[in-house]
Design a protein around this ligand. Structure first.
Ligand code: S3P
Length: 180
C-alpha cells in the first residue's frame, strides 16, 4: 500500500510516496483521485484547484488573461511544490505531462494513466465548462489526444477508465498498488 503505512513496509528512499493520476480531459482524474485518497487514507490535491486557489482565478480566467504558457508555468510550479509531500494522491491536469520537468515528477511517483476513448472524452465534456481547450476545433482536439496518448502511456500504468464507474477504476488502482 502506497500511503497508509507504506514507509514502514518498504521503507527505502525509492518508496513511491505519491500517487499521481494523469490522462486526457474528462478521464475522471479528480473524481477518482478524491475517492482513491479517501480509500488510502491519504491527502488529495487537485492540481487545477491548487492553481486556482493560489492565483485567486479560475483556469478559464488564467487562460484568457495570462495565456496558456503562463498557465503551464503555474502548473509546473504547483507540481514542484508537491515534491516533498508524502502520502498524497495528485490529480494532474491533462496537459501537465507534456512538460519535460513535470514528466520527471511523474516518473518519481506511482503514476496511473486513466485512459478513455476520444468519443467518450467528447461526450463527458460536451458542455465545455471550465476547460478552455475544449472549445478547440474537433480536428485539433483529436490531434491533441493522439499527441498526448503515447506520453501518458510512457509515464503511467494504463487503467481503462472508459465505460467504468469511478469505484471500479479505484478498485483496479488499489489492486495494482497492492502488486496485483
Ligand atoms: C488541460 C486540462 C485541464 C486544465 C486546463 C488544461 C489540458 O484539466 O488543466 O484546462 O491541457 O488538457 P483536466 O484534465 O482536469 O480537465
Amino acid at each position: 500500500m502506497i500511503c497508509r503505512g507504506a514507509g514502514r513496509r518498504r521503507g527505502g528512499a525509492g518508496e513511491a510516496r505519491i500517487v499521481a493520476l494523469i490522462g486526457f480531459m474528462g478521464s475522471g482524474k479528480s473524481t477518482i483521485g478524491r475517492l482513491l485518497a479517501s480509500r488510502l487514507g491519504c491527502g488529495f490535491v487537485d492540481l487545477d484547484a491548487a492553481i486556482e486557489a493560489q492565483s485567486g482565478r479560475s483556469i478559464k480566467e488564467l487562460f484568457a488573461e495570462e495565456g496558456e504558457a503562463a498557465f503551464r508555468a503555474r502548473e509546473s510550479a504547483a507540481l514542484a511544490a508537491l515534491d516533498s509531500r508524502r502520502r498524497l494522491v495528485v490529480a494532474a491536469g491533462g496537459g501537465a505531462p507534456m512538460t519535460a520537468k513535470n514528466r520527471a515528477f511523474f516518473r518519481r511517483v506511482a503514476c496511473f494513466y486513466l485512459e478513455i476513448p476520444f468519443e467518450e472524452f467528447l461526450r463527458r465534456t460536451a458542455g465545455g465548462g471550465q476547460r478552455p481547450l475544449r472549445s478547440l476545433p474537433l480536428s485539433e482536439l483529436k490531434a491533441l489526444y493522439e499527441k498526448r496518448r503515447p506520453v501518458y502511456e510512457q509515464l503511467g500504468v494504463r487503467i481503462r477508465a472508459g465505460g467504468r464507474s469511478p469505484q471500479e477504476v479505484v478498485e483496479e488502482i488499489l489492486d495494482r498498488l497492492r502488486g496485483g
